[in-house]
Write a protein that binds this ligand. Structure first.
Ligand code: NDP
Length: 282
């Protein structure tokens, strides 16, 4: 039996349609949710992500601006610009596209963003608040994954969840959200011994490593829900996940494709966070 495909693109569209009412309510009060994205340097993948984010906002009639700076931009200049945006009432969300060039301290830059406008949820106070269960914003990728699991009616209470990858932007917040939902969570990283022993126990397996197709069908528990966060561009130019889709779909109960899985959900959750930021201003 082959796995059900969890269609992130379709779910993202449904969520977008359901946001129309909230957007209209804000517009009636003369508030147009606005996002400013800051892009430093010329990383080609970042440019694509930023363009996709901005397009999604403008298509819905929301404000979105992209500020692009050369890699030579100083940390001070960047932080000063962020402080200006913090004080601009027409800007509800500020997003600094990562990774930043090596000469900039990403932690320092992100912590300059006002936590009330930190729609990525990466500010240390939002990360800490997520840990204690009261975040202003949930990081968009793990938030999107939770919405996917919800849409599939996955029972998380008591489930064995395994998250592979422990980054601050995906793996760690993902694990916290799954734990909060009642799952028993294991977080694996590059030092994990016998990774397959962990993955084969997982009722819910979330993979976010940036290692193309590292999880194969034989590492998956039959019937498991497999969420592939990875986005890797192969030498043929095609996008590949961290899961080998062809073998995984023969074993899993449900699986997200790449592209068309977690990616579109990440963008739509950014929209949700920005609308929420605007609503809080009322
Ligand atoms: P990072 O590089 O920051 O983190 C990767 C994590 O994976 C680390 O914790 C690392 O372990 C772990 N890891 C690496 N290799 C292995 C291995 N062989 N076995 C087990 N664990 C391993 O990546 P991100 O979290 O930022 O991103 C992960 C992937 O998700 C990337 O492909 C990225 O492009 C994608 N992504 C997709 C998004 C979307 O919208 N779909 C959004 C964000 C990211 P250690 O801690 O030991 O180094």
């Amino acid at each position: 039996m082959t796995a059900r495909i969890i269609d992130g693109k379709k779910l993202a569209e449904t969520i977008k349609q359901n946001l129309a009412e909230r957007i209209n309510a804000l517009k009636e009060k003369n508030i147009i949710p606005g996002l400013t994205v800051i892009l430093v340097g010329d990383d080609p993948a970042s440019q694509v992500y930023v363009r996709n984010k901005a397009n999604t906002f403008t298509k819905l009639g929301l404000n979105s601006s992209v500020e692009q700076y050369p890699a030579s931009l100083s940390e001070e200049a960047l932080c000063n610009r962020i402080r200006e945006l913090n004080n601009d009432p027409s800007v509800h969300g500020i997003l600094v596209q990562l990774p930043l060039p090596a000469n900039l301290d990403a932690n320092k830059v992100i912590e300059t963003i006002s936590p009330e406008k930190d729609v990525d949820g990466f500010h240390i106070s939002n990360a800490g608040a997520l840990m204690t269960g009261r975040p202003l914003f949930i990081p968009c990728t793990p938030y999107g994954v939770m919405k996917m699991l919800e849409s599939e009616n996955v029972e998380l209470r008591g489930a064995e969840a395994v998250v592979i990858g422990a980054s601050n932007i995906v793996g760690k917040p993902m694990a916290l959200l799954l734990q909060k939902a009642g799952a028993t969570v294991t977080i694996c990283n590059s030092k994990t011994k016998d990774l397959a022993a962990h993955t084969r126990r997982a009722d819910v397996l979330v993979v976010a490593t940036g290692r193309p197709e590292m999880i194969t069908g034989d590492m998956i528990k039959p019937g498991a829900i497999v969420i592939d966060v990875g986005i890797n561009r192969g030498s043929d130019g095609k996008l590949k996940g961290d899961v080998e889709f062809s073998s995984a779909k023969e074993v899993a109960g449900a699986i997200t494709p790449v592209p068309g899985g977690v990616g579109p959900m990440t963008i739509v959750m950014l929209l949700v966070n920005t609308i929420e930021a605007a609503e809080r201003k009322l």
